[in-house]
Design a protein around this ligand. Structure first.
Ligand SMILES: NC(=O)c1ccc[n+]([C@@H]2O[C@H](COP(=O)([O-])OP(=O)(O)OC[C@H]3O[C@@H](n4cnc5c(N)ncnc54)[C@H](O)[C@@H]3O)[C@@H](O)[C@H]2O)c1
Ligand SMILES: O=P(O)(O)OC[C@@H](O)[C@@H](O)[C@H](O)[C@H](O)CO
Length: 384
């Protein structure tokens, strides 16, 4: 069995590649970073080090890597003969992966079982997004290709920090992981992924994950950045930040309870587990990584505006989420292109233009005025 995994970065090697290996797949990593591809091909095994309570080491073997920027034909050929394709490249990169998948399907033996495609990105229905990109890339050819693949949305959860320079291909991760996958696309032949769970309805799982783990993580990072703290665990060690993050998560939990009927005590336990994961002192996770791409994180269906909009529509509180968005608006990292773009927008456009462009909210939406006030406050701070 063969799996082609796009994106041999932190989660690619430290989670997806590991579980595919444990499921018995030969793993072919595809990446555009030449030195990373060379480093992977220079070793016959790498170790995933789980750090923190209960952590242990896992050795991954049976993999190789291809530079898809230099050798697209090789990647396409691997896709054509694979059982499974996964991605962990970031939601905005899926459109660059899509043409390789379309070309691979075109080469695929039509009598082989359908290619099982799963995007493992932090976004609602990322696999649907990848499929849409493939349909667009294929144009009229799609009708002949679509039977050759099945598509399942997934929710992946494991904190994998940036790896220190010189660490080679090994990856340091937290011990916790969760991988929820839509069951119905696979019929009687689900992929072999030990530890993953197959669910009939992914929406509660992906929303619980994105609007708790990622909302809380991002809130910690943006409050931490404002306080000049570098590590996530250190940011959460301050009682003021911990209280603000906890308040934001109580607001998202209220939405999840109202929408998906989670039991309040179950979500309280989920929140406590997550805050303990963030506080793991052995995990070298940094504010800069977690805060990355603030425009993506402040967009309409993402971890702040998504749950806050639903809360406002239901008349539920949003104060703590708006406070976290205000901290995100202040995130100013010269090495993060989206942070630079956001700060330029705040300097050059009026509050309504920034609010609409960044959040995608209509002026008539009950959340709009609250976010616009936060935008105006950030603009006043920049001007003053
Ligand atoms: N790190 C985590 O804790 C974590 C956890 C869950 C989900 N995720 C999600 O996984 C995705 C990747 O995150 P990450 O932290 O591993 O990032 P990363 O930057 O470590 O890895 C991304 C990799 O994708 C590669 N890449 C870029 N363009 C590519 C292309 N066109 N084809 C193939 N590879 C390409 C990059 O070179 C890089 O190696 C994101 O969507 C993220 O939200 C991350
Ligand atoms: O990957 P992003 O940029 O969407 O979010 C940053 C982190 O919150 C994220 O990578 C978490 O570590 C991960 O989602 C945990 O499962």
């Amino acid at each position: 069995m063969k799996a082609v995994h796009f994106g041999a970065g932190n989660i690619g090697r430290g989670f997806v590649g590991l579980l595919l290996h444990e499921g018995g797949y030969e793993v072919v990593f595809s990446d555009v970073a030449g030195p990373l591809v060379d480093a992977i091909n220079a070793v016959s095994e790498y170790t995933v080090h789980e750090v923190g309570e209960g952590g242990r080491d896992h050795v991954v073997t049976g993999f190789r890597a291809i530079n898809s920027a230099e050798h697209p034909d090789q990647v396409i050929e691997e896709v054509a003969g694979a059982n499974v394709v996964t991605t962990a490249v970031g939601p905005t990169i899926l459109r660059f992966v899509a043409p390789h998948l379309v070309a691979g399907l075109a080469l695929r033996d039509p009598s082989s079982p359908p290619l099982q495609i799963m995007a493992c990105e932090n976004a609602i229905n990322a696999t649907d997004l990848l499929r849409d990109e493939m349909v667009e890339a294929a144009g009229e050819a799609w009708a002949a290709l679509e039977q050759r693949a099945v598509f399942a949305n997934t929710a992946v959860d494991r904190i994998v920090p940036e790896q220190p320079a010189g660490a080679g291909v090994d990856v340091t991760v937290e011990p916790f992981f969760e991988w929820a996958i839509e069951r119905h696309p696979f019929g009687d032949d689900p992929p072999a992924i030990p530890g993953a769970h197959f669910v009939d309805d992914l929406a509660p799982y992906i929303e619980r994950k994105l609007f708790t783990v990622n909302t809380g993580h991002a809130a910690t990072a943006y409050f931490g950045a404002q306080a000049g703290v570098e590590r996530i665990a250190d940011a959460l060690a301050g009682p003021a930040i911990a209280a603000r993050v906890a308040a934001a998560l109580e607001e998202t939990s209220a939405v999840l309870i109202a929408k998906h009927e989670f039991a309040p005590e179950e979500l309280a336990e989920y929140r406590a587990t997550i805050l303990a994961r963030f506080a793991n002192p052995a995990l070298p996770d940094h504010v800069r990584r977690v805060a990355r791409q603030p425009l993506r994180k402040l967009s309409r269906n993402e971890r702040f505006v998504g749950p806050a909009a639903e809360a406002a529509e239901r008349g539920l509180p949003v104060d703590a989420l708006v406070a976290a968005m205000a901290a995100a608006l202040a995130f100013d990292d010269p090495d993060d292109p989206q942070a630079v773009e956001l700060q330029a927008m705040l300097r050059e456009q009026d509050a309504d233009a920034v609010t609409a462009a960044v959040t995608g909210l209509e002026r008539s939406h009950p959340l709009y005025a609250r976010v616009r006030d936060a935008v105006a406050a950030r603009q006043a701070a920049l001007a003053g």
